[in-house]
Write a protein of this length. Structure first.
Lengths: 386, 139
């Protein structure tokens, strides 16, 4: 199952309406963070490092609904923290479905199977499950042995019960494109609707500052991964954004496209940078000095960012701002293979992370022989070991 | 950023090293000048732990600084704090601040990828299985 036509129509008509009203800056997806606490402790995560009294707090359903109505975006992504830890998450989702918002509930799925009965399948609700790669890679990435198996079980049960399910994957320096390509096939075999990808980004609140891809490296990685695609791979993202990641396009940042609301208010200027907070959406849009952000601004904090929260809305704008963009989107929708012999050759190159401590090269036990590793079911990791 | 990358554009970068964070837990900065006050409060805004602000009237607030608003003068600049014991958002003008202490634990300290990798291999070498990081208990 792909993205429902109704969702595509809702987004398209919304964007066209903004254009007809002459709005240059408008939100496309609200990033609604109802809480910061999480049941994972991923090393390097910059979203959960707060004092206990902040982690214990959460937005009320009414605060969530007010933010959604203030913002007016047709889609709402609910990240966190882990949203399934929110005691009223079902009420929040129900209220957003009633408002006909397309919701992406971003979860690590550790609680998904246990809490699935709280939700009803709907075209408006998608569980976007955080999976960072194949089993060993994911477990290492989220610092939880068995995390992958729990996520997969959550996906399996949710798909079985008729929910829309996608995956979301963040890739860091040293990611092995061959492993990621194998992972794409594994996810599609599970029956997910599509997959979402983003490169990691060294936003300054993250405690880890050493494992983020520069733009040149990001483009090579995504070109290697996303060229010569398997026919059954489906990506639940703007095809032009994926082309941007592959280095086929360039876009300026549109941080207002995915504004963030959380316990502190409306986050300036984007989902990852925290340069202060506005009390209202209007204040966010009016008071933020947008020209100071984005790679093109020269702001060093934005130097390596190619993240969806800054650039996917740019790609969607491109689709609707010109016939050229629209035609490119149609072409990318129906011609998804991206044959590229040079990219195929890149897959044969060993992975050379800049930094020594890399999850995908460190993860295999260096004391194991290749034969032993293969018996453990990790043949694709051999080439990438340090 | 390493020397060879210094003259490259953002599009040429292989890896970006990000922001260097200093250990400032427990620090009580001197606030003798306006520049010192502004610098300390900017660091407090970036800090991932609670701070204690003492006002000129002698009252104090311990909490998390989630926002700061810079104006031309100290009376036009402010930090916004969520106190440790409530969800209320308090605004404190720079001009009202007499002292600042980085009193709470730095919640980001030691949570780097390197720290996890080191811990992982130490535990693995010790024969442990199911090696994981647990979220901290919320006291």
């Amino acid at each position: 199952m792909g993205v429902p036509v109704s969702q595509m129509w809702t987004v398209a008509s919304y964007v066209l309406k903004q254009r007809l009203h002459g709005r240059k800056r408008y939100p496309l997806v609200l990033m609604l963070e109802p809480l910061f606490r999480c049941n994972l402790a991923c090393a390097g995560c910059g979203k959960i490092q707060y004092p206990a009294h902040v982690l214990k707090q959460q937005l009320t359903p009414e605060e969530c609904f007010r933010a959604v109505e203030e913002c007016g975006a047709p889609m709402v992504s609910i990240p966190g923290g882990e949203p399934l830890l929110h005691p009223q998450i079902a009420e929040i989702v129900e209220g957003l479905v009633a408002r006909k918002k397309y919701i992406y509930l971003c979860t690590n799925a550790l609680l998904l199977k246990q809490k699935l009965h709280l939700f009803q399948p709907s075209k408006y609700l998608t569980f976007s499950v955080h999976v960072d790669g194949q089993r060993e890679h994911h477990d290492f990435s989220v610092c939880l042995a068995g995390g992958y198996d729990q996520a997969i079980e959550g996906i399996r049960v949710a798909v079985e019960r008729g929910f829309r399910v996608t995956t979301n994957t963040t890739l860091f320096d040293g990611a092995d494109p061959n492993s990621v390509r194998a992972f794409f096939s594994e996810m599609m075999d599970l029956g997910v609707e599509g997959m979402m990808l983003s490169p990691g980004y060294s936003y300054d609140k993250a405690p880890d500052q050493s494992h983020f891809l520069g733009r040149a490296r990001t483009r090579r990685l995504f070109r290697a991964m996303l060229s010569n695609r398997k026919k059954d791979w489906v990506f639940n993202q703007s095809p032009l954004f994926l082309e941007f990641l592959m280095g086929k396009r360039d876009y300026p940042c549109t941080p207002w496209g995915m504004p963030t609301f959380n316990l502190f208010g409306w986050q300036k200027p984007c989902y990852l940078l925290q340069d202060g907070y506005a009390d209202t959406f209007e204040e966010l849009m009016q008071a933020t000095e947008w020209e100071k952000y984005g790679t093109e601004s020269g702001n060093p904090k934005c130097a390596n960012c190619m993240v969806h929260s800054g650039y996917e809305a740019s790609a969607v704008n491109d689709t609707f701002n010109s016939w050229r963009g629209f035609v490119a989107t149609v072409k990318a929708t129906f011609s998804t293979i991206y044959k590229d012999d040079e990219a195929a050759e890149m897959l044969k190159e060993p992975v050379h992370p800049v930094h020594a401590h890399n999850p995908l090269v460190q993860i295999g036990d260096p004391t194991l022989s290749p034969e032993a590793s293969e018996r453990m079911g990790h043949p694709r990791l051999e080439e990438t070991r340090a | 950023m390493s020397e060879p990358q210094r003259h490259l554009t953002a599009d040429d970068l292989e890896v970006v090293e990000g922001t260097e964070h200093h250990r400032i837990e427990g620090w009580v900065p001197q606030l003798a000048s306006e520049a010192e006050l502004r610098d300390a409060l900017e660091k407090a805004f970036d800090y991932r732990g609670d701070v204690t602000i003492t006002r000129r009237d002698g009252s104090s607030v311990e909490g998390y600084i989630f926002d700061r608003r810079m104006g031309a003068t100290l009376a036009e600049s402010a930090v916004r704090v969520i106190p440790k014991d409530s969800r209320e958002k308090i605004t404190i003008l720079f001009s009202d601040i007499a002292a600042l202490a980085f009193s709470g634990r730095d919640m980001a300290a030691g949570k780097t990828w390197e720290a996890w990798v080191t811990k992982y291999w130490e535990k693995k070498a010790a024969g442990e299985k199911g090696i994981s990081l647990e979220p901290e208990k919320l006291e």
